[in-house]
Design a protein around this ligand. Structure first.
Ligand SMILES: Cc1cc2nc3c(=O)[nH]c(=O)nc-3n(C[C@H](O)[C@H](O)[C@H](O)COP(=O)(O)OP(=O)(O)OC[C@H]3O[C@@H](n4cnc5c(N)ncnc54)[C@H](O)[C@@H]3O)c2cc1C
Length: 431
């Protein structure tokens, strides 16, 4: 008789894990707490289509994710476009894509620009080395680029991704990020012509066609031992029994579900906070800029930057409108995170009007999305504290964003983590 596995969480980690478990010939039941699949990559209905709540793109070297896209028969949906980055400093925009752009970046002295250029070359050739786990990115950058270049350029770039907790992040995370984004000659980004929803749907359809089960609106409340297997507690239904369980929720949620289990104290006591995100999505009748991403630095704005998604995503997906996300990475307890939807949208709209006065763009629609658990706030030495995939051999496994380090937080990295976890699982579980 085939083994029956439960997968907790229906984001990319849960969907990829369920797909791999099904391929092992085991029966899968996936539990998603929300009313839709996709987690942070989920979409919402817009007019007669759907749009991502949070901007998402692929990179050409996202091999693990592209592998899943191929397996699901969606390779022909992959679209690649050259994208550009801008940098809004004191309300003036600077392109920041090539060595020549860097040389023209006059908020820094020529000496500082040359030093930055040398640093970029050196960092790329040095690659990702584990000793960078022991120092913060801020110290590493200050030493290599100098104090002013750090304050004017690097600090805002770090803050645009990690918010006010940028000073804690290890250099290893940054160097991994630099190598992910700069491994190709051209700055190309990818997108699926049918949006991320087409990938989510393809995962779900394949699982269901093969007789596996997906439960929506079914948050798991706890995981317990049950003879030789595991049992899950859910609301309003009897406990459900499985041979083994894979949990893909953010670490803190996994720890809560496992609170009554005899798990290794290094996992039980591991402290990993998460940065949240606040995102104002604006659909405009005109474009703002030629850039995909533009951080706002020292420009008096609420948002840390804008992602002009329509510089990547085909306009048909947004009914001819230009999609822009104004974003703040901020903790769920911060004053900004707890502000109301209308107030935040007003602040972001004011940013658009103040920072892009010449665009003449009219807001057609606007939406606000928040997520409390997005970016793990890595701290120095995390590589040594990283939790194992196996919690209880043969019975309980994890593949979560807490396992990504030092990889960047992306759908591709989640797929890599799932594949690593599955390799470990298959050594311990008989087919
Ligand atoms: C603003 C923003 C921009 C991003 N940009 C990119 C990008 O350009 N490219 C890229 O690749 N990645 C991007 N990411 C990162 C990407 O979204 C994440 O790496 C990825 O979604 C994490 O997937 P996950 O499945 O591990 O977690 P999640 O997506 O968080 O999924 C976890 C799932 O578990 C469910 N859940 C929670 N509690 C329970 C419970 N008790 N029982 C059952 N289910 C539960 C949740 O509802 C959720 O669906 C971005 C993220 C954000 C927020």
């Amino acid at each position: 008789m085939s083994l029956h596995a439960a997968v907790i969480g229906g984001g990319i980690s849960g969907l990829a894990a369920a797909h791999r478990v099904a391929a092992l010939g085991h029966q899968v039941t996936l539990f998603e707490g929300a009313d839709v699949l996709g987690g942070l990559g989920s979409t919402f209905p817009y007019r007669d289509g759907h749009l991502e709540r949070f901007y998402h793109c692929l990179l050409p070297n996202d091999d693990a994710l592209i592998g899943f896209i191929r397996e699901l028969g969606l390779e022909t949906e992959l679209l690649w476009r050259e994208t550009r980055m801008g940098f809004l400093y004191q309300r003036r925009d600077y392109p920041l894509n090539t060595a020549a752009d860097l040389l023209r970046f006059d908020p820094l002295s020529l000496h500082e620009r040359l030093r930055l250029g040398l640093m970029a070359i050196w960092a790329r050739y040095r690659g990702v080395s584990m000793d960078l786990d022991e120092i913060t990115a801020a110290d590493w950058l200050r030493r290599m680029a100098g104090e002013r270049a750090f304050e004017i350029l690097w600090k805002p770039l770090l803050a645009a991704k990690i918010g006010d907790r940028y000073s804690e992040i290890p250099a290893l995370w940054l160097s991994s990020r630099l190598s992910r984004e700069k491994n190709t000659k051209l700055e190309r980004k990818g997108y699926l012509s049918g949006g991320y929803q087409s990938l989510i749907d393809a995962f779900a359809q394949l699982l269901q066609e093969r007789g596996h089960t997906i439960h929506l609106n079914k948050p798991v409340r706890s995981i317990a031992l049950d003879g030789a297997g595991m049992v899950l507690a859910l609301d309003d239904v009897p406990d459900m029994h499985f041979d083994y369980v894979i949990c893909t929720l953010p670490l803190t949620a996994c720890q809560q579900l496992m609170a009554d289990l005899p798990v290794d104290p290094r996992l039980r006591d591991l402290s990993l906070d998460y940065q949240g995100v606040v995102c104002g999505m604006f659909l405009l009748d005109k474009p703002l800029s030629p850039y995909y991403w533009m951080p706002f630095v020292d420009s008096g704005s609420t948002a840390q930057g804008v992602i002009e998604m329509s510089n990547l995503m085909p306009l048909e997906r947004s009914q001819g409108l230009y999609v822009n996300y104004l974003v703040n990475y901020t903790h769920r307890d911060s004053e900004l995170f707890t502000r109301g939807e209308e107030e935040l949208l007003e602040l972001y709209q004011r940013d658009l009007e103040a920072l892009f006065p010449r665009s003449g763009a009219k807001v057609i629609d606007r939406f606000l999305f928040k997520a409390p658990f997005v970016e793990p706030i890595w701290t120095v030495g995390y590589q040594q504290r990283k939790p194992p995939y196996t919690v209880i051999p043969g019975r309980l496994y994890m593949a979560t964003t807490a396992h990504l380090y030092p990889k960047v937080n992306s759908w591709n990295s989640c797929c890599e983590v799932v594949d690593e976890m599955i390799s470990e699982l298959t050594l311990q579980i008989a087919p």
